[in-house]
Design a protein around this ligand. Sequence first.
Ligand code: SF4
Ligand code: MSK
Length: 631
Amino acid sequence: MKTLDDITTIEQMEADTAKLKQIACDVCAETWEDRNKNQTPHCKFGEDGICCKNCSMGPCRITAKASRGICGADAHAIAGRNYLRTIAAGTSSHSDHAREILHVLRNTSAEGSYHVRDEQKLINLAQEWGVATEGRDIYDIAHDVADVGLMEFGKPEGFQRFIKRAPPERQKVWHEQDIEPRAIDREVVTSLHMTHMGNTADPEALVRQGLRTGLSNGWGGSMIGTEITDILFGTPTVRTTEGNLGVLEKEMVNIVVHGHDPAFSEMVVTAAEVKELVDYAKTKGAKGINIVGLCCTANEVAMRHGVRMAGNFLQQENVLLTGAVEMMCVDVQCIFPALAPLSECFHTKFVTSSPIARIPGSIYVEFKTDTAFEQAKGLIKLAIDNYQNRDAQKLFIPATKQNAIVGYPCEQIIKHLDGVTNSHVDELGSYRPAVDAIKAGVLRGAVGIVGCNNPRVRPDYSHFEIMKELLRNDVLIVATGCAAQVATKAGLLDKEAKYLCGAGLRRVCELVNIPPILHMGACIDISRILLLVSGIARDWGVDNTQLPIVGCAPEWMSEKAVSIANYVVSSGIDVYLGIEPQVKGSSQMMELITEGTRKITGAGYIINKDPQDLVKSILDGIEAKRAALGI
Ligand code: SF4
Ligand code: MSK
């Protein structure tokens, strides 16, 4: 069995970064650490959310001598409007990703680049959405399902179809509070309209619309994205893989896939397995082709192919600094524009593929569904041809890597629980063994740890500290996004990590044969966590908000994270944040996001930058929920 010494500590990860930083100096390259220094101290008005440039009479900012902008908007209106715009942008990103995936589904065919891999999931969804399935060709069903899904973005009336998947108590809350999400585009556009000059100045109305817009992401765009991705590329299953920079190979052609939308990376991964390309790589002196992932694209391809994961968000420059990357292929979101000039310091080809993320200095190959596979093969060949341009003087691949077990969507969790107790009760399966373990106190509760890393705090440190402390206290963790990759890099996704757990959690891990942190996917897959929590609530016979289950984003940075936090709070689940949302300049907004939403949804934010204090409040929160349930 592993011991504590087998973990990769944050200090060890930082030591690798320091060596790579030296290479950056040697090649005169700038990194995020340099730019972060140049941006510090950050603009106080921006930090506090009290700068408005929503019209050209401004920009206006709130100061001791100016308590209102030119139009009369006060700090609460300005901070509230900025906050809602952030949620709208985050919702747009996840949802537009989902829309792209729906278009891929619409273009599937037996002969084309994209196929239906999970036919049963497609049929289930078709039946849920009222699409005829009997005696029909699977691709005809797929195209009709895609059309129904696309209508979720712009339908003139009605609410998101997936809200019916939530527990009835939750649906009632949304109805009574008038925050049921309508068409996704409508919620985003309404948010932008409400925050236009001369519209809503009431912070509570802005927060309510934020909850509703977030819901159109979580129970709309994100859930659609996850479902359709599973249909196209297969519902993930448990796989063993590895993570951290040591997954780059000195004697292979290294290709990194980075971003979020797997439509591109799936083709690259599949093309890299074509025998003639592998043979071609060998003719160029390489031992083969090594595809690795970064950020959420890494999560997507790891869960479906076992592709190894090079790292998370703030590691994207480190990957290039190894000098070992022949090509980095990116799709959308979380991609530093800085990768273009950095790749020029090495032989790396930096390839962008989406009209949504155009970056100067990149090679732009716009991916089209009908030619995707041929395009991917062309890129692989380009990367192979680039292998000979590698400069041995600039090569440094840290050896650090860890084993990881990934791929626990709800279906896999239920399957594992079924394996223990044979408690399968209906076609949805049952979480009752998990409910029983929580009721008995063997597990104290569960936490979804999600989100990015962020230079505002020591990168990865808060994740790591919080994860260790929760495991020690018998709290099961589910993780997505870059948080899941901290666990990967540290070695916490290994079943052997059970030695870090309290006796109860260790027993559960052994019985169910799972690691103590379950990897549930990319950030869009937080929709899986919504279904997991709702499934547990259903099997328990309570509402989400009563469960000793919470969300935590210790190092979040993106607009998507704010949208996510809003759909999690709207779903009745408390969210513990290690980075403050940018509304501090308004006492009313601070009150609304921490306490005010509790009157609307039963949940709110708990914010603390200190990871030790944050994890203590998580444990206290879980115990308070247990006490209220009488367990
Ligand atoms: Fe200033 Fe009002 Fe215009 Fe904002 S909307 S920039 S506060 S005048
Ligand atoms: S990639 S949104 S840094 S989790 Fe999803 Fe990571 Fe955050 Fe991007």
